[in-house]
Ligand binder design. Structure first.
Ligand SMILES: [Zn+2]
Ligand SMILES: [Zn+2]
Length: 258
């Protein structure tokens, strides 16, 4: 399996993953032009990417879907809540989605995909487990709180991409309006560094080989704070040898191979 984070944060999200004879993108929150440019930078063969999975209908996850899916000739996958919302915003997307069920699983070639619900203030947000029979990856960003379901899904994963959105003190000290601070820190908002560290340490196993911290706030967090909070938590439970990589808004990540 291969994974590369092309962009992560409130200005656009997109993850490339290849495994089980399938290459796909998760979310398309950059412009199509910028997504294609970043795929070139990462050395991704664009011809092979024929599917785009959507987590939810916020613009930082969906902005590029119509043009990108046309340029790549890729099928769009979403649950009914997300598809209905996006179709109402852009009539040209009507009947353009392959629908999946939040509680089920489906396969594209030999890649098994398990969506699962997460609490977030969009129409119907999901995280994904992707499994090619060798490697199991959990992708969970835009999540207000770590529910029992999220914790269950994260068990036994080889790699996780987990939101580490903000440092709570930086958020509270920021110039943002109180209502926005409450929304971000609330049960349908975004995970703090401390929340992410707690979630990972509660669900970790010896199978975990790589952690990506994702969807960092540019104003209320720093890559150093996010990674040091996670590393400190891992050290406490004697898992300090697991690589922790912070995904960037502006640069493609390393291409991780399993
Ligand atoms: Zn987002
Ligand atoms: Zn969102």
């Amino acid at each position: 399996m291969e994974i590369c984070i092309l962009a992560s944060g409130s200005k656009g999200n997109c993850i490339y993953l290849s495994g089980g004879g399938t290459s796909l993108l998760i979310d398309a929150g950059l412009s199509a032009k910028e997504t294609l440019r970043r795929m070139d930078v990462a050395g991704i063969d664009k011809e092979t990417v024929k599917s785009i999975l959507l987590t939810h209908d916020h613009g930082d996850h969906c902005k590029g879907i119509r043009i990108l899916s046309t340029k790549l000739d890729a099928e769009l996958y979403a649950n009914a809540g997300t598809a209905t919302s996006l179709e109402s915003q852009d009539p040209k997307l009507q009947r353009g989605f392959t629908l999946f069920d939040d509680c089920g699983s489906f396969e594209i070639n030999d890649l098994r995909i398990e969506p699962f619900q997460v609490p977030h203030d969009a129409s119907d947000t999901v995280g994904f487990i992707l499994n090619d029979g060798i490697c199991k990856v959990c992708i969970v960003t835009d999540i207000g709180q770590p529910t029992t379901l999220v914790k269950a899904k994260m068990q036994d994963c080889n790699m996780i991409v987990v939101e580490s959105n903000h440092d709570y003190d930086m958020l509270m000290e920021s110039q943002r309006p109180w209502s926005l601070k409450q929304r971000i820190a609330g049960r349908s908002g975004h995970l703090s560094n401390e929340d992410a560290a707690e979630l990972v340490t509660e669900t970790i196993s010896s199978k975990l080989k790589h952690i990506f911290l994702a969807h960092l706030s540019e104003d209320c967090n720093t890559p150093h704070l996010a990674s040091s909070t996670m590393r400190m938590a891992l050290k406490t439970i004697r898992f300090s040898d697991i690589p922790v990589e912070v995904a960037s808004q502006h640069k493609v990540s390393n291409l991780i191979r399993f």
